[in-house]
Design a protein around this ligand. Structure first.
Ligand code: SF4
Ligand code: SF4
Length: 465
């Protein structure tokens, strides 16, 4: 009879994982190599980019830096402002269209190779295998009673996981607070509330997601696994079992190519049997392909019993491993629509980036006094010009007015705008006495370099009695 504590334990397991913890078998092969190549590339970028420096306006600063205080994002020589949010929108649309395109062509390829959840789960699982042994040793350890050895192994594993999670959190926060300042501050406990929150949150999140929850995240938390089905069709090349070639499966006999060794199931990180057909938990990681190809090598049979193949390809060429794949794009409007969306928004983004102004001007009329009449009968209006110099070098700017005959600036009209700053400037515009115009009149401020060149226009109004 199950004890109360074991019932509680089972209930906990059933809460998000029906088969208990999955310890998948390590396999070697081209898809495993590809996955680790992506892990190395993405992590070298993530952990390394925050340590690169770049010279801006004579100062050495972090090359990739979300400068929240100044509301700027620096990416090497490019500095983006909140006014460039359109570029962010374009980047998100391109990323979404790219994801849809890849899904339409090859299913959840992103999930299997590039998703952070997969990448960090791979790293955490690698650490686990180094500490506790292969999948069989890990299963034995799970079932074994607590001993000093088990406690030592578990402590070591969780300690290493915690260190990776903490270093990742420091790296993440290091993109917002320059990492070369953050580390010494951390060492002496000088951490602001937001930095402290994000360090703890990010580290805890990664520890739970990549160490404990793993494939359950993909199955129960990730919305993409639920809606990716609408992007695939019979020509999408998912990881598939070629039942025509494999069945009837027999251990040892050669009726079908599948010898029912079960290694593809043991290698699956989400614990499914690819021979049961396309299933939503499958992340298209290709590890079952590597596993089965190894078995086929031993049997001297051709690869491809499990492979990336479309339903059309398998249905139309049963048993013919390596047959020509069905057309990837022909007759598939969705593929062309996603590709066109990507190309269109990449082009639009590049155009916006190339054409983005280096100077922006916002005009605010004085709120307190609409107009002022001087002793000699002139009418004056006051303004504050917010001059945003979007380049990382100081500029000297000249302000002029146009569009209202007789209007001229009185007082200062040449200003220095610091590198990458928004500078508020007080400007007074005057109309001569005796003009016949009345009421609200349109007026344009023209701002440009002191030495001439392109000027930025900003519209406003001039108020007359
Ligand atoms: S079935 Fe194959 S491709 Fe799908 S998750 Fe499992 S190992 Fe990866
Ligand atoms: S690894 Fe290949 S041969 Fe072995 S059970 Fe899976 S499909 Fe069959």
């Amino acid at each position: 009879m199950a004890s109360a504590s074991s019932k509680v334990h089972e209930a906990r397991v059933e809460l998000y994982r029906s088969k208990g913890k999955i310890h998948h078998r390590a396999v070697a092969g081209r898809f495993n190599t590809l996955r680790w190549t992506v892990v190395w590339i993405t992590q070298l970028i993530f952990y390394g980019a925050c340590w690169l420096n770049w010279e801006r306006n004579g100062e050495i600063q972090q090359a990739v830096w979300f400068d929240i205080a100044q509301r700027k994002f620096h990416f090497f020589g490019l500095s983006l402002w909140p006014q460039d949010a359109l570029l962010l929108a374009f980047a998100l649309i391109v990323a979404a269209a790219g994801l849809f395109l890849v899904t339409a062509l090859a299913g959840r390829l992103f999930c299997g190779f590039a998703c952070p959840q997969t990448v960090y789960t791979s790293i955490f699982a690698w650490v686990e295998a180094r500490v506790e042994g292969d999948h069989l040793a890990r299963r034995r350890l799970d079932a074994a009673p607590w001993t000093p050895r088990k406690a030592l192994l578990r402590t070591t594993k969780h300690g290493l996981w915690a260190l990776i999670a903490l270093w990742s959190a420091i790296t993440y926060v290091g993109y917002f607070t320059p990492v070369r300042e953050l580390l010494p501050n951390l060492a002496v406990g000088l951490v602001g509330p937001w930095e402290g929150f994000w360090l703890l949150f990010y580290a805890g999140f990664m520890y739970v997601q990549a160490g404990l929850a793993r494939e359950a995240v993909c199955q129960h938390m990730c919305p993409y696994s639920r809606f990716q089905g609408v992007m695939v069709d019979e020509r999408t090349r998912n990881v598939s079992y070629d039942a025509g070639r494999g069945e009837p499966r027999r251990a040892g006999a050669r009726n079908g190519a599948c010898v029912d060794c079960g290694i593809c199931v043991q290698a699956c990180p989400v614990g499914i049997d690819i021979r049961d057909g396309l299933q939503y938990p499958c992340i298209n990681c290709g590890l079952c392909i590597d596993a089965c190809d190894t078995v086929m090598d031993k049997l001297g049979a051709p690869h491809g019993l499990v492979r990336f193949a479309s339903a059309l390809e398998l249905g139309g060429a049963r048993g013919a491993a390596g047959s020509a794949p069905a057309g990837m794009g022909a007759g598939r409007p969705r593929v062309w629509i996603y590709a066109a969306l990507m190309a269109g928004f990449i082009a639009a983004g590049l155009w916006v980036l190339a054409e983005r102004p280096t100077l922006r001007v916002d005009v605010l009329r004085d709120r307190g006094t609409l107009l002022l009449e001087t002793q000699d009968g002139r009418i004056e209006n006051g303004y504050t010009l917010h001059l945003a110099n979007l380049v990382e070098a100081p500029v000297r700017l000249r302000v002029e007015v146009a569009g209202l005959p007789g209007a001229q600036i009185v007082g200062e009209r040449v200003f220095d705008a610091g590198a990458g700053t928004i500078t508020p400037m007080r400007v007074t515009v005057s109309m001569p006495a005796g003009v016949e115009l009345r009421g609200v009149q349109p007026l344009t401020f023209l701002v440009g370099g002191e030495q001439g060149g392109a000027r930025v226009a900003a519209r406003s109004t001039f108020i007359l009695p």
